[in-house]
Design a protein around this ligand. Structure first.
Ligand code: ANZ
Length: 943
């Protein structure tokens, strides 16, 4: 069957075959096989179809799924659709086509596309969030939250877009304008439903330690939740019984407090109305602040405010009377809505004080070199660092090591000096080591490399280097190569931050003294009476204890996280299962009336009221069931509610009695591996964790984290490295690529182009290379013959089996593919390939390029799918490197023969040779002029 490789033909054929043979049907109740649950982030079925980002992450999960299946696991690898959402509704407003119809059509298109890429999903087991059989359970969960006090209604200020006629989320406000239509956002007081996610703030932070997620995602989620431990302090209002309570994380700075500020919403303002001499000015200011969004208040460059004349508060530590301001840079709903202002050590206060001519008083000094306390602080940092700043672009080179003792922080800079020379000097001065191999400059950044005498020596083994701000592809390329060659470790950015702290402190202090900035770092307490000399941390403890003793303050924990507002004045979402009695009391729609369906007789054109309000059917239904005068809730839920639990449905999607049976839940959940974009860190991934925690607390779930392991894919960029977008016209359509190159080439290229978590630059010229690789494998079948392969072929084959298996497991798909490319090249050189070896190669290829693998497998005369085979096992005895005799010559004369690894590197050979007694004798006292290495043969030393 020596025809040419024709993906079009074979791909269709195998996709049909898989479908007909129920390739991805699994027995979800099977009790004998170990389970694995791999999950993709399900797509929103948009009109434009699958985009390349989906294509990449779904390919990755499909490869992993097929691999696990071949390893003998019972794998759940489901797919579904996040089908509610605004685009379908907007389309309906424009065209009148109902969202349900558009959505159905789009879903069909998505399924067609996914199948054309060979993604193995069982679409008879899908979850579609707009399907009443699905949202019945969204509503049921809402009900459970309602019964357990985890959902409540309140009226609060929200972002209102007058052109879209709806509330929008904080994330959808850009520079005070609606992200979609650019209309200036207003603040409107609207009633809405909220989930009590804040009840779980502490667990949401703490339990991140339990899951295997990318560190940066965990860090970002922690920051978003924003735990801060601080102190509340009561400042007595002068000549009054009243107290102003402030929240601060920096009580250690309190001797530098020169005024206090309250938010415009603070109730103390009206309580002190009689005492405030300029109340009308204060009131006018409050009125102006009303329309501003929280974000614009926080980010405003120029701080505004009004002094409340005639009232003062007393600093409990100093007894000083300080003025009181109302200013909108202080928010009403964070902490206590009031702050003690310390302009010397807080940037916002510093700016405000400059504008209003308020005094700036130092109470913290940095840990400086001559300060004995510095030792104490620096001991805590286990590592020593040299940081070299590139003054041209403010990038830093950070050299760190952890085998040397801490000496002192290198304060030398590169002012005016040659960067490379400076870097070299820094490292040498600080370490005392002279073995620095070289430091060189690449572009505007610098790069360091160290001589490592021997891989087991720990003197330099722990050196790490970092190149910051790699600016262009060329630099990244060089950096990668260096890393691959030398195995140096890149210091993670988080770690670097720690190193930079000390450096920053010095810069910050300098800037502070130049009068430009507040000094916001921790340091040593000064000008603070008996607290002088304490380091910030100790001072905070002691001062808080002092306040607690006097009943004037206490230690508190605050979170930035806000309760989740879920009401939307939109149509195409899940109805909130609430009805109101004629008195206006909210009641849950009982389970027997679920799903509480979305009415169809609505007007899509927005009029400022929720579309559901105009439905005659909904009104009738409500009155029929609950009685005359009862009304339904007209808002629908945020679509993030739908996606906060979809993964709980997949194990049992047709269950009409429960969202998932107990048995299936215990068997399948939680999810073992989740693959999807990092852009979901703050919303979906947080909301899903909240849902699981809330359901766990209520007793519905027996686990409290949804996704044990999470990995992100990078972005797919165009060939110039730009983000793909419709407006730029650089969007690549997966359909076209499949048509042109075949699904197997598209799949393999997506994963070969870069490590999964890195961005992929889509370059059609390069996909051709992957296509050729598949063609090469196709042609190799001509060489297949009975018999055994050579020892050399066996060696490389078994090494590849080991590598591909390990690489898929750790999701290093790109290196797995390159290992297979090397194997293919090796096989191409052989006159004949043993049939068993070729078959094993096909099995390795199968997860990546399943269609061609099935076809070639069939051509070998096999009569079952390649995926019914077990993943091949490598044999240890083929992994060992062959040994060779390597000649060592001095000035052309043979002086020694070394028995070494066939693939030994030059450095190692030199090391061995120079350590040999025979060679040492010949070299004694002589200078080596040159060393030439001929791999696999000889080392020639010239003296
Ligand atoms: C005095 C101070 C001195 C502060 C200093 C900082 C540095 P996080 O970490 O985000 O919790 N703050 C407190 N409540 C606020 C509110 N409602 N609106 C705006 N700012 C508020 O920040 C806590 C710090 O933010 C608090 O500590 C307070 O300023 C300010 F050298 O108090 B600090």
């Amino acid at each position: 069957m020596e025809t040419a490789y024709n993906p079009k033909e074979i791909e269709k054929k195998w996709q049909k075959n898989w479908e007909e043979n129920n390739f991805c049907k699994i027995d979800k109740d099977d009790k004998t096989t170990e389970k694995f649950y791999i999950l993709d982030m399900f797509p929103y079925p948009s009109g434009t179809g699958l985009h390349m980002g989906h294509t990449e992450s779904y390919t990755a999960s499909d490869v992993y799924y097929r691999f696990k299946k071949m390893q003998g696991y019972n794998v759940l690898h489901p797919q579904g659709f996040d089908a509610f959402g605004l685009p379908a509704e907007n389309y309906a407003i424009k065209t009148g086509v109902k969202p349900a119809e558009t959505t159905k059509k789009n879903i069909e298109n998505y399924i067609r596309q996914m199948q054309s890429l060979g993604f193995a999903y069982d679409f008879s087991e899908q979850a579609v969030t707009s399907d009443p059989e699905y949202y019945k359970w969204t509503q049921w969960i809402f009900g459970e939250f309602f019964k357990n006090g985890l959902v409540y209604k309140k009226t609060q200020k929200t972002n209102w877009c007058s052109s879209c006629q709806t509330v929008i989320a904080n994330e959808q406000v850009m520079d005070g304008k609606c992200e979609r239509c650019g209309t200036e956002i207003e603040q409107r007081e609207l009633p809405g439903w909220f989930f009590k996610i804040t009840d779980f703030a502490e667990e949401l932070i703490a339990d991140l330690d339990k899951v295997d997620w990318p560190e940066h995602t965990k860090k970002n989620q922690r920051n978003w939740i924003g735990k801060s431990t601080g102190t509340t302090i009561k400042f007595q209002v002068l000549e009054s019984e009243k107290y102003l309570e402030v929240f601060t994380t920096r009580v250690d700075t309190i001797f530098g407090c020169t005024y206090c500020v309250v938010a415009p919403e603070h109730k103390i303002i009206s309580e002190l109305k009689a005492e405030i001499e300029n109340f009308s000015a204060v009131e006018a200011y409050i009125e102006k602040a009303k329309n501003k969004t929280e974000l614009s208040r926080m980010e405003a460059k120029e701080k505004t405010g009004v002094e409340m004349k005639g009232v003062k508060v007393v600093n409990p530590f100093t007894g000083e009377n300080v003025p009181m301001f109302v200013a909108d840079y202080v928010l009403g709903n964070y902490g206590t809505g009031a702050v003690m202002a310390v302009p010397a050590h807080d940037e916002r206060d510093f700016e405000f004080a400059k504008t209003y001519g308020l005094p700036v008083k130092d109470s913290i000094a940095p840990y400086l070199k001559d300060n004995p306390r510095e030792d104490k602080e620096t001991e805590k940092r286990e590592v020593a660092v040299a940081i070299i700043k590139n003054p041209k672009d403010n990038t830093y080179l950070c050299l760190s090591w952890n085998t040397t003792e801490w000496k002192s922080f290198p304060s030398g800079g590169v002012d005016g000096e040659d960067l490379v020379v400076a870097a070299k000097r820094e490292v040498m001065e600080e370490t005392g080591y002279r073995n620095l191999k070289f430091i060189r400059q690449i572009g505007d950044s610098i790069f360091a490399e160290f001589y490592r005498p021997h891989k087991d020596s720990n003197v330099f083994a722990n050196f790490k280097y970092v190149l910051f701000e790699l600016e262009n592809e060329e630099q990244k390329e060089v950096a990668k190569k260096e890393k691959d060659q030398h195995g140096f470790v890149w210091v993670a950015e988080a770690e670097v931050e720690k190193f930079l702290n000390v450096w920053n402190q010095k810069l910050a202090w300098k800037k502070y003294h130049e009068g430009d900035f507040a000094f916001v770092e921790d340091g040593i307490v000064i000008n603070s009476g008996t607290f002088d000399g304490l380091v910030s941390e100790e001072a905070r403890e002691k001062m808080t204890a002092w306040l607690e003793e006097k009943g004037l303050g206490k230690k508190v924990v605050n979170y930035r996280l806000r309760d989740w507002s879920i009401s939307r004045q939109r149509y195409w979402g899940c109805p909130i299962p609430i009805v109101y009695s004629p008195e206006g009391v909210a009641h849950l729609v009982p389970k027997e009336h679920l799903p509480w369906t979305l009415p169809e007789d609505v007007d899509f054109v927005p009029t400022g009221v929720s579309p559901l309000e105009k439905s005659v059917e909904l009104k009738k239904r409500t009155e029929e069931i609950f009685g005359a005068g009862w009304t339904a809730e007209y808002d629908t839920m945020d679509t993030f509610v739908d996606s906060a639990w979809y993964f709980l449905r997949y194990p049992d999607p047709h269950n009409n009695e429960e969202f998932c049976s107990k048995e299936r839940m215990e068997k399948w959940l939680p999810v073992d591996l989740y693959i999807g974009g990092a852009e979901h860190t703050y919303m979906h991934l947080l909301f899903a964790r909240f849902f699981v925690k809330a359901m766990h607390r209520i007793g519905i779930l027996n686990f409290d984290e949804p996704f044990l392991k999470l990995r992100h894919q990078g972005m797919v960029l165009d060939k110039e490295g730009k983000k793909m977008s419709k407006s730029k016209g650089n969007v690549i359509n997966p359909d076209e690529m499949v048509e042109k190159f075949g699904a197997d080439s598209v799949r393999a290229y997506m994963l070969f182009a870069a490590p999964l978590e890195d961005d992929v630059m889509w370059n059609e010229n390069n996909i051709v290379g992957v296509r050729r690789f598949l063609e090469k494998i196709w042609k190799l079948q001509e060489k297949v013959s009975p018999g055994e392969s050579s020892e050399q072929v066996k060696n490389i084959l078994h090494k590849t089996i080991k590598k591909v298996g390990e690489d898929i497991e750790t999701m290093k798909f790109n290196t797995a593919i390159s290992a297979m490319m090397i194997l293919a090249n090796e096989l191409e050189k052989q006159p004949a390939i043993a049939v068993g070896d070729y078959a094993m190669f096909l099995q390795l290829l199968a997860p990546f390029a399943p269609h061609i693998a099935e076809e070639l497998w069939l051509a070998l005369g096999k009569d079952t799918s390649i995926f019914s085979q077990r993943w091949p096992q490598f044999e240890e005895n083929f992994l060992r490197n062959a040994q060779i005799n390597l000649a060592v010559q001095i000035n052309g004369k043979l002086r020694d023969v070394l028995v070494v690894d066939a693939e030994i590197a030059e450095e190692a050979v030199k090391e061995f040779a120079l350590a040999s007694e025979k060679i040492k004798n010949h070299l004694a006292g002589k200078e080596i002029k040159k060393i030439i290495f001929v791999p696999g043969k000889l080392l020639s030393i010239v003296i």
